[in-house]
Design a protein. Structure first.
Length: 185
């Protein structure tokens, strides 16, 4: 059975600086129609930066929606249509963590809110870190911390890192590093 829903009519409900809220009438697989409210998102990249001492850079950042601070990996949205995911990852790593990386490993992508958004976050492992002069935007307040990589992964597993993109990125980075270690050992 084909489960695809086809948009019959689409309208923009809200056009914000980040979010484009839509309401679509869709034709369901059984021929009936239904309404779908969803958010069109430009996409983002997230980075697991691991330094030469085996530490990952995590950011402590306040998030307005839930009203509290979270531990996160560096990440940021695409600023324009068609922007390259790796270029966004490089930019955000420099702006938020103040570092650049020599080696990049793509970890895949994740869809953090499939029930109401088309947002895609591209995930990367960054290694061979060096300091840069870049800094966070004037309206962005983050505090970077270096944590042993294994401890950051354990924090994600214990539920101490609650941000979904960060958990997924850390676990995929751990799997990539384990594969690499297994292949060379």
């Amino acid at each position: 059975m084909d489960f695809t829903e086809h948009s019959v009519r689409s309208e923009q409900v809200y056009d914000g600086a980040l979010l484009d809220v839509r309401r679509d009438e869709v034709r369901l697989p059984n021929g009936e129609t239904s309404a779908r409210e969803w958010i069109k998102h430009p996409g983002a990249s997230a980075v697991v930066p691991v330094d030469g001492e085996g530490r990952v850079i995590l950011l402590r950042q306040y998030r307005f929606g839930p009203g509290r601070e979270f531990w996160e990996v560096p990440a940021g949205k695409f600023d324009e249509d068609g922007e390259d995911a790796l270029a966004v990852a490089r930019r955000e790593l420099a702006e938020e963590a103040g570092v650049a990386a020599e080696r990049w490993t793509p970890l895949g992508q994740t869809f953090p809110a499939i029930g109401y958004s088309d947002e895609t976050i591209w995930l990367f492992l960054a290694e061979g870190l060096s300091a840069t002069d870049d800094h966070a935007d004037d309206d962005e307040f983050v505090e970077p911390f270096r944590v042993p990589f294994e401890e950051a992964v354990a924090m994600a597993r214990r539920g101490e890192i609650e941000d979904a993109k960060s958990c997924v990125a850390l676990l995929l980075a751990a799997a990539a590093i384990d594969r690499r270690t297994g292949e060379s050992g």
